[in-house]
Design a protein around this ligand. Structure first.
Ligand SMILES: [Zn+2]
Length: 299
């Protein structure tokens, strides 16, 4: 086991301003900053997932740091065995030991932290200020195709009586259209599901940007000197797709905050499965209803 070292870098939490203004709510998106993991080429990474490469001790220390920075220390945590589905669970009590499988969590139980783990997929949070309820969703291309977020809004309506027009949404860091090349079969699947599918894809002819960004990928995948034979790349805008779903479900455009951060562009700040060729840590998007006695003081 690798020795765990102390980190002097503070934990850096990203927040959506409109959600940050709600004193009954705790939320945040993690970054790499402020951890103790050494498994991914740095000395102070905040890896929050129990990955193959990292030690359990390091991840537990990182989680404790992150939850401390969120203002939710030692609160019961609910995570998912994420499977790129449209399965959403309502958390009705303090979580037990059983592990839930799915890609969405909603609750109105105060003091329970809901968390989504990602390293390119989008973490998306919902908050209902009227009923003090929250949701957290995991949206990669498969989950997006399955309408996880659109169904998430519907589920909050059903469970808590949420009015979509009053919901606040936050789209966290994830791989953006600039870096998200997909196969044509992905476009075909989206075209079969969404009338607006054409708006979500862009053909990118300048493959050099991608070559520069992922040199290793191209060294192994293609013979040098033949780059001119590469056709346009198809890039998917996952954030736009999820924004569309939120709006289709009745969330107002003005109530959607997109942090607009690309994991693959910013590997100094964030973990990216693609840009780091599959060997990387996990970020977390987390949200909770604060217990009444733990409401943040408005100083
Ligand atoms: Zn990018």
């Amino acid at each position: 086991m690798m020795p765990v070292t102390k980190s002097r870098t503070p934990v850096r939490v990203l927040r959506a301003k409109p959600l940050g203004r709600l004193d009954w709510l705790a939320h945040g998106f993690s970054t790499r900053a402020g951890g103790v993991s050494q498994a991914y080429g740095r000395k102070a990474d905040l890896n929050l997932g129990f990955t193959q490469e990292d030690t359990r001790t390091a991840v537990e220390q990182n989680r404790s740091r992150f939850f401390g920075a969120l203002g939710t220390p030692k609160w019961p945590l609910v995570t998912l065995q994420q499977v790129h589905s449209d399965v959403i669970h309502r958390v009705t009590r303090k979580p037990g030991r059983s592990r839930l499988t799915g890609d969405g969590l909603v609750t109105n139980v105060p003091g329970v932290l809901l968390a989504i783990q990602t390293a390119d997929c989008l973490p998306i949070l919902l908050a209902d200020p009227e009923h003090r309820a929250v949701g957290a969703f995991h949206a990669g291309w498969r989950g997006t195709l399955a309408r996880i977020v659109e169904k998430g809004v519907g589920r909050m309506r059903k469970e808590f009586g949420s009015d979509p027009a009053k919901l606040l949404a936050a789209i966290g860091p994830g791989v953006r259209a600039c870096c998200y090349a997909v196969g044509s079969e992905v476009r075909e699947k989206f075209e079969a599901q969404f009338a607006y599918a054409a708006e979500l894809f862009e053909e990118v002819y300048d493959a050099n940007a991608v070559h520069n960004r992922y040199p290793l990928l191209f060294l192994t995948a293609r013979a040098p000197g033949h780059s001119e034979t590469i056709g346009p790349e198809l890039h998917l805008d996952l954030a736009k797709a999820n924004r569309k779903q939120l709006e289709a479900a009745g969330v107002l455009a003005g109530n959607i905050t997109d942090l607009a951060l690309c994991t693959a562009c910013k590997t100094k700040l964030l973990f990216s499965y693609r840009a780091e060729l599959g060997k990387t840590g996990r970020l977390m998007g987390a949200v909770a209803v604060r217990p009444a006695n733990k409401s943040r003081s408005k100083s």
